[in-house]
Design a protein around this ligand. Structure first.
Ligand code: FES
Length: 178
């Protein structure tokens, strides 16, 4: 498992560098340029932004401490929300009625909260543990920057993060093995 983690990290590093190089991003680029290039790269269309609300399980961000997350849905639409530190991506998505099943309720026992993280932000997220890696291995469309939304909590470092929802998710059940 440790060796696989090292391999995953090395491959990820190459992927990020390659991706950034392809889309013309370097460490000195402004965030505006980074956003623009990421959007161009994955071919996005619309853009929506919500005001601060207190949804479901989410915490209300303190004034001046709002963090931002943008979801890119399967139809290419963007949805940006102001959220509080500590909220996880699954809760944020579900509170805004985005298409993220979260079949196990956030207990790291499925892959239906799979998201693809913008490489610009991937390294700001703590490494996945063994349980998350095991579940990610079952996810449809696994990428080098895939994570489980329920395991990623918003931090100041993730302010402005962009995540894409994969075209499909898989929730394996015992009958799937018959
Ligand atoms: S909701 Fe099941 S692993 Fe995230």
């Amino acid at each position: 498992m440790f060796a696989r983690g090292l391999l995953r990290s090395a491959t990820l590093a190459r992927t990020i560098i390659s991706h950034q190089s392809k889309i013309g991003i370097n460490s000195s680029s402004s965030s505006v340029i980074k956003n623009h290039k990421f959007i161009q790269t994955i071919g996005l269309r619309g853009f929506q932004q919500s005001s601060i609300n207190n949804h479901g399980h989410l915490h209300k961000p303190k004034p001046g401490e709002e963090l931002h997350i943008t979801f890119i849905t399967k139809d290419g639409q963007q949805h940006t929300y102001e959220v509080a530190e500590g909220d996880n991506i699954l809760d944020i998505a579900q509170a805004h009625n985005l298409d993220m099943e979260g079949a196990c309720g956030g207990s790291c026992a499925c892959s239906t909260c799979h998201v693809i993280v913008d490489p610009e932000f991937y390294d700001e997220i703590p490494e996945p543990d063994d349980d998350e890696n095991d579940m990610l291995d079952l996810a449809f469309g696994l990428t080098e920057t895939s994570r489980l939304g329920c395991q990623v909590h918003m931090t100041k470092e993730l302010d402005g993060i962009r995540v894409a929802l994969p075209a499909m998710t898989r929730n394996l059940q015992s009958k799937d093995f018959n």
